[in-house]
Design a protein around this ligand. Structure first.
Ligand code: NOJ
Length: 569
């Protein structure tokens, strides 16, 4: 079939939306790099992964040294959080030099070497592209803030000082222009000026996207991408990808921008991948991204599935999340939202639902390991590109006591609990670093029973080996591939389990998940035969699905019609 062009995507979206009514969606291979079809990402928070020079901070040599481990988990691609020169006010999301690896992580050559070693193993490496803002320490901003016009004057969005435009900030220094700049996140992260899609004629400081300064910013981002791709990177996770164009109510401005980059990449770097931080695959994929995170920072889909992203001091947990023992979840609301996104994107790109990331609590927070396994059973058998956050594969904890570090605390949300050093062994500093304890980037989880890789390697029943087993199933069963079919069989409000069918031409697999503390029974009609592939307290015999509390089942099935779930009281 002819690949859909960007121009035909809106029409395609309407057609797909109509098809959604049928609820069963057979996927096609999305355009873009072939390697995405089998990609399983591992997110590395570099400062907390593995320290090879004993300074207490993880480094690029450390990531290179652990490629074999990452591959052994079943992952074949990396997303590394920002590694550029930075004052680290926001853990590196405040970039001072986009072309230089921060010395605490190593050198550009180390990154080149990391990419080369990954490629030798058939793995891919994606960097974090902080497209929307810089640090105030970035020389571009320092120049822009001078009161004499120069080439950088309009690279940021400067508003008249006397107007006090909401959110605008005064330059934190002396002898500079009086105007105030607009930040993109923290106040020390001034927004780069990609322009206004619909500038207000009465506000001349709002520049159109065609203004030479905005065009220069646009071209600089391309230059940055080219620089790292030429060095060996395979693509980018784009920070706040939705945020670049202002006054853009219909999204035409942001679409045009990302189409521009994607067309260039398709031509010059067809194997390079763009992954967006957007939380809206139905918008991000048609805008040109190959992958978008549906859940990542406490948005509605995340809450429906996993609960609120902030539970300071053990505050009450969301009773309506699906993955709660209380069992009051509304998986239907999640599935409706998922299908809305999936129907628009499944032949054009991929949805990602990570196990966690550096901004949200780890899945273990407030949960026993058996419960976490039900989460993994679902996340790692859904369509799309899986992402495992470092340490989630061994069941690392969200460390409540972690101190604030490098902008980790956001209101009531402490992000540092998910950023503590990787636990490799029972050696000093959990094998993360040989530095004195007080020099570590963040303290190691103080819990005496904390998990570690070396111990779990020896235990066939460990979380690590469970993660491996799930990813091995995914790798070896075409029905569980990133782009094969998906159909919910049973997904009802206040009812458990959640059951869905994954299908390829050659096979069909049913996945059933019951995170609730009560057992449940379901009759699945339209099944000839079923055999278990991986289960925890679940059986499927003669169409009768019996699930213990906190259980899951992955079954290879032979349908005899359209499988449908009917609850048995
Ligand atoms: C999203 C990143 O994931 C987060 O860690 C960062 O603080 C903000 N973007 C600002 O760059």
């Amino acid at each position: 079939m002819r690949k859909p062009s960007f121009k035909s995507w809106p029409l395609l979206a309407i057609v797909c939306f109509a098809i959604q009514a049928v609820a069963s969606i057979d996927s096609e291979v999305p355009p873009g790099p072939k390697w995405l079809q089998a990609a399983v990402f591992y997110q590395v928070y570099p400062q907390s992964y593995f320290d090879t020079n004993g300074d207490g901070i993880g480094d690029l040599l450390g990531i290179t040294a652990k490629l074999g481990y990452i591959q052994s988990v079943g992952c074949n691609a990396l997303w590394i959080n920002p590694i550029y020169e930075s004052p680290f006010g926001d853990a590196g999301y405040d970039v001072a030099d986009f072309y230089k690896v921060a010395s605490r992580y190593g050198t550009n050559e180390d990154l080149q070497n990391l990419c080369a070693e990954a490629h030798k193993r058939g793995m891919h490496v994606c960097l974090d592209l902080v497209a929307g803002h810089t640090s105030i320490a970035n020389p571009w901003f320092q120049q822009s803030a001078l009161d004499r016009p120069n080439r950088f004057s309009n690279w940021y969005i400067w508003t008249p000082a006397d107007r006090n435009i909401p959110g605008s900030q005064p330059f934190p220094g002396e002898h500079n222009r009086a105007d105030r700049y607009l930040p993109n996140f923290f106040a020390f992260q001034p927004a780069l000026n990609y322009g206004y899609a619909r500038p207000d004629a009465k506000e001349p400081w709002q520049l159109p996207t065609t203004d030479p300064a905005c065009v220069a910013v646009r071209e600089e981002l391309k230059k940055i991408m080219k620089f790292w791709l030429d060095l060996g990177a395979d693509g980018f996770r784009v920070d706040m990808a939705y945020s670049l164009i202002r006054a853009d109510p219909d999204g035409k401005g942001i679409n045009a921008l990302w189409h521009y980059y994607r067309s260039w990449l398709d031509k010059e770097y067809p194997e390079a991948v763009l992954i967006s931080e957007w939380s809206n695959p139905a918008a991000a994929i048609p805008a040109g991204f190959h992958v978008d995170f549906l859940i990542q920072s406490g948005e509605l889909a995340y809450q429906k599935l996993l609960g609120p992203n902030s539970r300071p001091n053990g505050a009450a947990r969301e009773p309506h999340a699906f993955f709660e023992r209380a069992g009051g979840g509304d998986i239907k609301a999640f599935v409706d939202n998922y299908l809305r996104n999936y129907s628009v994107t499944n032949s054009a790109g991929y949805i990602a639902m990570p196990t966690g990331n550096h901004d949200i609590p780890r899945p273990t927070y407030g949960r026993a390991e058996q419960e976490v396994r039900t989460i993994f059973a679902m996340l790692l058998t859904m369509p799309g590109v899986p992402f495992i956050y470092y340490g989630d594969e061994i069941g690392m904890s969200f460390v409540d006591s972690a101190p604030d570090k490098e902008g980790g605390t956001l209101g009531t949300l402490s992000r540092c609990g998910s950023r503590t050093p990787m636990q490799w062994s029972k050696e000093k500093n959990a094998g993360f670093s040989t530095a004195p304890v007080e020099q570590l980037y963040l303290p190691i989880d103080p819990c005496t029973s904390r998990p570690d890789v070396a111990t779990e390697e020896k235990n066939p029943g460990s979380m690590l080996n469970f993660t491996r087993a799930l990813l091995s199933l995914r790798r070896n069963h075409p029905a569980l591939a990133n782009n094969t079919g998906f159909k919910p069989i049973y997904a009802e409000k206040n009812s458990y389990p959640f059951v869905y069918l994954r299908s390829a031409d050659s096979e069909q697999i049913i996945i059933a998940v019951n995170p609730a503390a009560h057992a449940c029974l379901l009759q699945i009609t339209g099944l000839k035969d079923a055999s278990p592939l991986l289960v925890q307290g679940a059986t499927l015999q003669s169409g009768r699905l019996a699930m213990d509390p906190v259980s899951f089942g992955i079954f290879s099935v032979q349908p005899d019609g359209v499988p449908t779930g009917i609850p048995v009281n």
